[in-house]
Design a protein around this ligand. Structure first.
Ligand SMILES: [Zn+2]
Length: 549
């Protein structure tokens, strides 16, 4: 039996139960159709009603936030056609072409598409604006970029120098193109006589453009300037990062150059498409800790641990770390339970106790796959702990998580698992402990004077007490909780010489914490207080989440 339209509209999130009830009463009174009543009350738009009716009759809805566009397919269906009929073909599977449409009842267009492609057409419902945007971006913009690039790279024979703005424009267009294509990486690779531009799309490297060789150094230099890197030395590798404002939003980029006998190779990583993982700074890591984090992350091998209770975001932190170090020249392997974020370009495995694939056994096999970096979802037992340590001692960078309250406790926990103190001391690089606290809703937050005991708290953690702190109130937009969204609180403990010695001599928890503090680590509670001081969260929230150690 068909669902009632009112229920469908609730499921789609267009109206709530109360609105439906009132509309039903009104419909009963006036004898009007429920859809018309909702329209008249302005609670839904015409388009929403059409979508509801389509879903009611069994149409599938396109998940527009996660859809992957098949760019090959787009080249086969003309712009005129998609424009005229407001459809957007987005994927192909065997003999089926999947098409986004705002009007699933349009049978004529469906037939026409089937005839044109020789494939069976499957309609997916999507909002009109989404389709229009997709056409604009993937048809018009992509084509315009190609034309502009072609014009910019026509050279006269023997031309060596280019106008500065020509190179700037070209570098930008290559980034725009990467964005349109949904590329994760752009490579600028010198050849004997040419420079080749590759894009990595869905994990596959594809050549897109070939320019005359004389563009190579200018382009490399331009990207190095954008990445704030040393342009004077082209004989050593460089790293940098920058943000680029594209026509469809901001992209975070990481640049790395590598000297080859044919010239500098440039690899640009577009971080936009790993937004799930995103920037550590965005997750709440303070600048000073971010610096410490990167300092220790740069080690070529060793063990990095992320700790915290379940749901504290520790896996996300490890993924972020992975994204920072991942590049096409290193081999990354993960063993997870389950795979939390799919990252193109790295090999991911999920443990499966039913088939005997545990963290331990998977790690043993992984070692034979010649990885440079291994992410082990969690260290739960002695076997995994020992294998992870062994891997980190034999030239691998190993990232994993542990369930402990703070960074220093991770060390005790590893020793409890039977790890030898001197082995741990020489292999452990860094421990990051973390928690997630709720952020105050900016719509309704209010200030309150600091109490004497709270003032004490700041002083105790060597922080200047603020005059006032923010407190949660609650409003419509935060569902009366006073909070909206969450942010991370981090304790970054790096293993320096002192720390190594302490671990090797089986030092106590408090000795480890003291030494970490001396080396500049801000303990969790202090970090939390800093978030209170900057008005991000409240005193009561940090007491809920973080123990005052
Ligand atoms: Zn609010």
């Amino acid at each position: 039996m068909k669902k009632r339209i009112g229920d469908v509209l609730i499921e789609m999130g267009f109206i709530d139960n109360g609105q439906l009830e009132m509309a039903l009463m009104e419909a009963k009174k006036t004898g009007a159709m429920i859809g018309d009543v909702l329209l008249r009350l302005d609670w839904i738009t015409d388009e929403q009603l059409q979508m509801g009716l389509a879903v009611q009759s069994g149409a599938q809805i396109l998940e527009t936030s996660t859809v992957t566009i098949d760019h090959e397919l787009i080249t086969k269906i003309p712009l005129d056609f998609v424009n005229q009929h407001t459809v957007f073909p987005f994927a192909r599977e065997d003999n089926i072409v999947k098409v986004a449409t705002a009007n699933p009842f349009d049978v004529l267009t469906k037939d026409e598409l089937a005839r044109m492609t020789g494939l069976r057409v499957e309609n997916y419902l999507a909002p009109k604006e989404w389709i229009a945007n997709a056409i604009e971006l993937h048809y018009k913009r992509a084509r315009a970029i190609d034309e502009e690039i072609e014009k910019l790279t026509v050279t006269k024979a023997g031309q060596e120098d280019f106008a500065e703005d020509q190179i700037i424009k070209l570098a930008d267009l290559l980034l725009e193109k990467g964005n349109v294509l949904g590329a994760s990486d752009i490579h600028v690779e010198p050849d004997n006589k040419l420079v080749r531009i590759y894009y990595r799309i869905d994990g596959v490297l594809q050549q897109k453009y070939i320019f005359p060789k004389n563009f190579q150094q200018s382009l490399a230099t331009r990207y190095k300037i954008m990445g704030d890197m040393d342009i004077s030395n082209t004989n050593i590798p460089h790293d940098g990062r920058f943000k680029y404002q594209s026509s469809v939003g901001e992209i975070n980029l990481r640049v790395s150059t590598f000297p080859t006998h044919l010239g500098e190779t440039v690899v640009l990583r577009l971080l936009k498409y790993s937004d799930v993982v995103g920037d550590l700074a965005k997750h709440g890591l303070e600048a000073e800790d971010l610096e410490r984090f990167f300092h220790y992350l740069k080690q070529p091998y060793g063990l990095i641990l992320s700790t915290g209770p379940t749901g504290s975001g520790k896996t996300t932190t490890l993924y972020s770390a992975l994204m920072q170090i991942n590049n096409p020249n290193i081999n990354v392997l993960t063993i997870e339970d389950p795979i939390e974020h799919v990252i193109p370009t790295i090999r991911q495995t999920a443990v499966n106790p039913k088939t005997g694939l545990t963290f331990g056994s998977a790690l043993r096999s992984a070692m034979r796959q010649d990885p440079d970096v291994i992410l082990v979802g969690e260290i739960r037992d002695q076997e995994t702990a020992e294998l992870a340590l062994r891997a980190s001692m034999t030239g691998h960078l190993v990232l994993s998580t542990l369930h402990t309250n703070d960074a220093a406790s991770a060390i005790n926990r590893m020793l409890d698992l039977g790890i030898n103190t001197s082995i741990l001391a020489s292999s452990l690089i860094m421990v990051v402990a973390q928690r997630l606290v709720r952020k105050l809703c900016p719509q309704c937050v209010e200030m309150q004077p600091l109490t004497d005991s709270d003032k004490e708290l700041f002083i105790q953690h060597s922080l200047e007490p603020p005059m006032e702190t923010s407190k949660p109130v609650g409003c419509e937009s935060c569902d009366h909780s006073g909070y909206n969204g969450r942010t991370g609180i981090f304790e970054v403990l790096g293993v320096d010489r002192n720390m190594e010695e302490l671990i090797a001599t089986n030092a106590t928890h408090s000795m480890i914490q003291d030494s970490a503090m001396q080396a500049g680590t801000n303990l969790m509670f202090k970090q939390a207080l800093q978030k209170v001081k900057s008005g991000i969260t409240s005193i009561e929230e940090i007491f809920r989440v973080v123990a005052n150690a």
